[in-house]
Design a protein around this ligand. Structure first.
Ligand SMILES: [Zn+2]
Length: 550
C-alpha cells in the first residue's frame, strides 16, 4: 500500500519522507500535478515560478500529532488578459488557502466541540493528539452557518431553563420532521409571537399549558389550531392528585391502621407479654417453667382464646348463654363471666408449690439486688447456709429474674400498612395503568382507596381522564368535568377551572395525534448539553450546539 493511500492524502500529493520529531510526526509531501489552475481565470498553468513549503497540521496518527510539510509551487498565469500574474497551487478540498490546518482536522475539532463543548473538548483533543485550545473549539462551533428554517406546518414549542427555575428560553421543534428548528432566548409571549409571525405557514401549535405561548400563538399565528400538550395536562392533574392525597394522609393512615388492628384482634395476640409484667416478690417468686411446659401452656391458651372469640361471635349473633354453652362446650357460668368481663380473661396461674429453695429465697433475692447474678456463686453461698437442693433449682429461680429484666419491652406495635404513606409516591399508583402495577403496588392502592373515600373517588376520576387521554376521546371531556364538579374535591376544582380557561386547546390536545412529548425529548437532550457546558455558555453557543447536534 502506498503511503499516500494509508494517510488518505488527495491525489497529486506524494509522500517523500516521514520523520519522528519531538512532538509527533513530520510528513513531507510534494505536489506531483503537472498543471495548476489559476484561481482567477481557471486556465491551466504549467510554468513554475518558485517553490515554497506550507506547514499544515493534520489529523493525529496513532495518537501522535501530525505536521504536514507541503512542498507547493507558485505558477505564472500566462493568460495575458488575466489580472493574476503569479499564484500558488491549491488543494481545495484538502486544505483551504492560507489555512494552517487541514479541512478534515478542522471538521473533527468542530464535531468534538459540538459533542462535548469547549473545556471538555480541549481535554479530549489533548488526549487524542490534536493540538488546539478551548477558545479555538468554541470559535469552530460558532463558525457553523445556521441553516435557514424551512417552512414549518406543525410547530411544537416548550420552555427550558438556563439556570434552574430562574431564567428560561424556548425551544422550537418541527413536529413533522422532528427537528429542533430554533431556540429563543426567553419564553415571553412577544418573542414567540414575533417568531410565529415570520412563519405564516404554521397551522398547528402544540404547546404546554403556560399562558404565554397561548398568547403568543393567538397573536402570532391566529390561523393555527392550538393544541394543549397531553403530557402537561396530565402532569397538572397528577399534581392536583398529590395535593388531595397529602390532605387525606391522616385519614388514610388511621383507617389503614385500624383495619389492621381489627384483623389482628381476630388472630391470637402475643401471649407471653401479659405475664411478664409481674413484679416479683419473695412470696410469689416461682421457678421459671421448663420450656416444654411453657409451650404446652401457650397451646392451651391459644385454644382458650379461640373459644373466647367464638363465644363473642355467637353472642353477637344473638344466641343465648345456654345455646352458646352447648355449642362451645363450656359451662354457662363461664360464658356469662367472659361476656360480662368484656376482656380476654387470662387463665389463673397455678398456685406456687413449696420448694426447698424457699427458705433461702429472701437471701438470694437481696444478693441479686446487690448485683450478684452469678448462679454458681449464689448456690455455693446458700449451700454454706444448709441448702440441700440442686444447683438446677437455683438456676430456674434465677432465670425468672433474668427474664423479668427483659420485660421492660413494650408490647410490639403491630406493623400497619401505609404508616410511611407519602402522597408523592402514592400519586404514581393513581396515575399509572393498573396493569403496570406489581402485586404489592396494587395491594397498596387498594388499601388507600379503602381507607379514604376521597382517594377512591379521585382514583376513578384520574383513571377516566387517563383513558380519555390515551384513546383520544376529547368528546368525553364535558362529562368528565361535570363529574369532577359533582365530586366537590376542591383540588380538582382548580384543575377544572384551568381546563375551562383553555378548553379549545385542551379538547384538541385530547383529540389530535400531535403531542409535545417530542419537544420534551428535545428539551431533555438540550439539558444534557447544557450540563456538559458547566453552565458557562451563553445563549448563542447553546443555540449553536443544540441546532447542530440534535
Ligand atoms: Zn489567470
Amino acid at each position: 500500500m502506498k503511503m499516500e493511500q494509508f494517510l488518505s492524502l488527495p491525489k497529486g500529493l506524494e509522500v517523500t519522507s516521514i520523520e519522528k520529531t519531538e512532538d509527533g510526526l513530520a510528513i513531507s509531501a510534494v505536489s506531483t500535478q503537472r498543471t495548476a489552475c489559476c484561481p482567477l481565470c481557471s486556465s491551466a498553468a504549467t510554468r513554475v515560478h518558485s517553490h515554497y513549503t506550507r506547514h499544515v497540521a493534520d489529523l493525529p496518527c496513532a495518537g501522535q500529532q501530525v505536521r504536514l510539510l507541503l512542498h507547493v509551487r507558485k505558477f505564472f498565469c500566462e493568460v495575458t488578459t488575466c489580472a493574476r500574474k503569479i499564484f500558488v497551487e491549491r488543494m481545495m478540498a484538502f486544505v483551504e488557502p492560507w489555512a494552517r490546518v487541514t479541512t478534515r482536522l478542522y471538521q473533527s475539532v468542530q464535531a468534538i466541540g459540538l459533542a462535548t463543548g469547549g473545556m471538555l473538548g480541549a481535554r479530549l483533543t489533548d488526549r487524542l493528539g490534536i493540538q488546539t485550545c478551548w477558545m479555538t473549539i468554541l470559535r469552530r462551533i460558532m463558525a457553523l452557518p445556521t441553516e435557514p428554517v424551512e417552512p414549518v406546518v406543525e410547530l411544537g414549542i416548550d420552555d427550558f431553563s438556563f439556570r434552574r427555575g430562574r431564567k428560561f428560553g424556548s425551544i422550537l421543534v418541527d413536529m413533522q420532521s422532528h427537528k429542533v428548528i430554533d431556540l429563543l432566548p426567553d419564553r415571553k409571549a412577544e418573542t414567540a409571537k414575533a417568531w410565529m409571525q415570520a412563519h405564516p405557514e404554521i397551522d398547528l401549535v402544540s404547546r404546554d399549558r403556560g399562558g404565554d405561548y397561548a398568547a403568543g400563538a393567538r397573536e402570532g399565528a391566529p390561523q393555527a389550531t392550538q393544541v394543549a400538550d397531553r403530557f402537561h395536562l396530565y402532569k397538572n392533574l397528577v399534581e392536583a392528585v398529590a395535593l388531595i392525597l397529602a390532605r387525606c394522609r391522616a385519614e388514610i393512615r388511621k383507617n389503614a391502621q385500624s383495619a389492621v388492628q381489627e384483623e389482628l384482634q381476630e388472630e391470637a395476640p402475643e401471649p407471653l407479654l401479659l405475664e411478664c409484667a409481674e413484679v416479683i416478690s419473695v412470696e410469689n417468686w416461682k421457678p421459671a417453667p421448663e420450656l416444654c411446659d411453657e409451650r404446652a401452656r401457650l397451646s392451651r391458651r391459644a385454644q382458650r382464646y379461640d373459644r373466647y372469640q367464638q363465644v363473642l361471635a355467637l353472642n353477637a349473633q344473638g344466641l343465648g348463654f345456654t345455646e352458646i354453652s352447648r355449642r362451645v362446650g363450656l359451662s354457662r357460668r363461664t360464658i356469662e363471666r367472659w361476656i360480662k368481663e368484656g376482656d380476654f380473661p387470662e387463665a389463673k396461674r397455678r398456685r406456687k408449690r413449696w420448694s426447698v429453695f424457699d427458705p433461702y429465697a429472701e437471701y438470694v433475692l437481696s444478693r441479686w439486688e446487690e448485683g450478684c447474678t452469678n448462679g454458681l456463686q449464689l448456690w455455693q453461698e446458700i449451700q454454706a447456709q444448709g441448702y440441700q437442693g440442686s444447683a438446677q433449682t437455683v438456676y430456674r429461680f434465677l432465670r425468672t429474674l433474668r427474664k423479668k429484666r427483659r420485660i421492660i419491652w413494650k408490647p410490639e406495635v403491630p406493623h400497619a400498612p401505609l404508616q410511611d404513606f407519602s402522597a408523592n409516591d402514592a400519586v404514581w399508583l393513581f396515575a399509572r395503568d393498573l396493569a403496570d402495577l406489581d402485586e404489592k403496588e396494587q395491594e397498596t392502592l387498594t388499601t388507600i382507596c379503602q381507607a379514604s373515600q376521597t382517594a377512591s373517588m379521585t382514583y376513578q376520576l384520574v383513571q377516566e381522564f387517563r383513558h380519555m387521554l390515551h384513546h383520544r376521546e376529547g368528546d368525553k371531556l364535558d362529562d368528565w368535568l361535570a363529574q369532577v364538579t359533582k365530586s366537590q374535591i376542591r383540588e380538582l376544582q382548580s384543575f377544572v377551572l384551568g381546563v375551562e380557561r383553555d378548553k379549545a386547546a385542551v379538547v384538541a390536545g385530547l383529540t389530535l395525534p400531535q403531542n409535545n412529548g417530542l419537544v420534551e425529548g428535545k428539551v431533555n437532550k438540550l439539558k444534557l448539553i447544557k450540563r456538559m457546558m458547566y453552565g458557562r455558555a451563553g445563549f448563542p453557543l447553546l443555540r449553536q450546539r443544540v441546532l447542530h447536534a440534535l
